[in-house]
Design a protein around this ligand. Structure first.
Ligand code: PMP
Length: 406
């Protein structure tokens, strides 16, 4: 898949070297088409939405609502009003925690999470549990970085009100069997939320086929702008949920005696939203559609397999996350070199990776390490990026005198 030329930033050298950008799980780069869509919005279509009687406002509203329809199609939701625009995955999960959670959870209720969740699918639940008296149960992971489904089933029961699971782990790359897990959650009467931040750019997502009640994702992980993402939620749930932020656009009537709320999704979009971001997100979905999500995933899988085979040839490498079903993430440590030192040396070679706990501290605790180095792939990466990664690791081992370590 030859897509690098679509991404202007990839042609800039970094530290005098060709950039090998392997930090895609943190954020992806943007193709010219997305950059152009966002800047064209400001050049030609900018106005505030939903409230103007003038032409430009109606035009901007059409673009914003058109982007919502684009997201609906992307997730195969039944209706566009099941899509709430948010700043990203984090805000989408907080919306569910603070709207649905505060209204529906009470002492004695349980929320089931997994040990591989990103902090943004842990901390909002801790905050809402502190306010409601509900508690959290955690599905542990195996040495390979897969969920213990037997334990998952044993944690489910009449107290379970919500199961919140990552579709793909950002620390390990594991693809979780979410459809099966959702079915089990529903069997005990619980709702299911899926954190799709790491999935949407790599797997086709069909919220109706998955059967989830909530699905959260961020635009910037799928070649779209930062500051825009979405929450999918079933219409009946959204309709019964109270607002969690107040302001313009989310009301029907306002009086000092009391106010009434707009229907979803407006009820959950208080204030002027990221209109240009939504337009950019729609352009990113168009781009991904055109490139072909399945072709992109096959390309990334091949690169991951190649990188995994190559890194295993080096001495002193430990891999974290060796699940049978994985997305394009290679998490590893190198004996004798702290991940941050490794990241710094790789950076000096133009190789951009992530080093640390990846906002998944419980995963690091599970494996007894402070952090890992993480290389993550996107559709524009190629074998030169893998070669640069491997060569830079070998160079770091030479510098640290660990190249002979077994
Ligand atoms: N969940 C997962 C699995 C992630 O990888 C991330 C981003 N690293 C998030 C949630 C949070 O996404 P955002 O920062 O875009 O809100």
């Amino acid at each position: 898949m030859k897509r690098a030329a679509d991404f202007p930033i990839l042609s800039r050298p970094v530290r005098g070297k060709r950039l090998a950008y392997l930090d895609n799980a943190a954020t992806t780069h943007k193709p010219e088409r997305v950059i152009e869509a966002e800047s064209a919005f400001y050049r030609e279509s900018n106005a505030n939405i939903h409230r103007g009687v003038h032409w430009l406002s109606q035009h901007a509203t059409d673009l914003y609502e058109g982007a919502r329809e684009r997201v609906r199609g992307f997730l195969n939701a039944a209706r566009a009003d099941e899509i709430v625009f948010t700043r990203g995955t984090t805000e989408a999960i907080n919306l569910v925690a603070f709207s649905w959670g505060r209204a529906n959870l009470k002492a004695g209720d349980e929320i089931v999470l997994t040990e591989m969740e990103h902090h943004s699918n842990i901390v909002p639940w801790q905050l809402v549990c502190a306010q409601t008296g509900a508690t959290i149960k955690v599905v542990p992971i195996t040495d390979a970085g897969e969920l213990r489904l037997d334990v998952y089933e044993s944690l489910l029961g009449p107290r379970t009100k919500l199961v919140a699971i990552g579709h793909v782990s950002n620390a390990l790359g594991t693809i979780n069997p979410v459809a099966r897990m959702i079915e089990k959650a529903h069997a005990v009467g619980a709702l299911a939320l899926v954190d799709g931040a790491q999935a949407v750019a790599h797997l086709p997502v069909d919220v109706r086929a998955l059967g989830c009640d909530f699905y959260a994702f961020s635009g910037h992980k799928l070649y779209g702008p930062t500051g825009i993402g979405a929450l999918y939620a079933r219409r009946e749930l959204l309709g019964a949920m109270p607002p969690w932020q107040g302001g313009g656009d989310m009301i029907l009537t306002v009086a000092f005696e009391g106010s009434t709320w707009a229907e979803p999704p407006a009820r959950f979009e208080a204030g002027t939203p990221n209109i240009a971001g939504a337009v950019g997100l729609a352009a990113a979905i168009d781009y991904l559609d055109e490139a072909g999500l399945e072709a992109a995933a096959a390309h990334e899988d091949a690169l991951l397999a190649h990188a995994t085979a190559e890194i295993r040839k080096l001495p002193g490498i430990r891999l974290y996350g060796t699940a049978a079903r994985k997305s394009g993430i290679l998490s590893f440590t190198v004996d004798g070199i702290h991940p941050h030192d490794l990241g710094t040396i790789l950076d000096s070679e133009g190789v951009a990776i992530r080093a640390g706990h990846h906002c998944a501290m419980p995963v690091m605790t599970r494996f007894g390490i402070p952090g890992t180095a993480r290389a993550s792939f996107a559709l524009y990466n190629d074998e030169r990026d893998v070669a640069a990664l491997i060569a830079a690791i070998a160079k770091a081992q030479k510098l640290f005198g660990t190249e002979a370590a077994a």
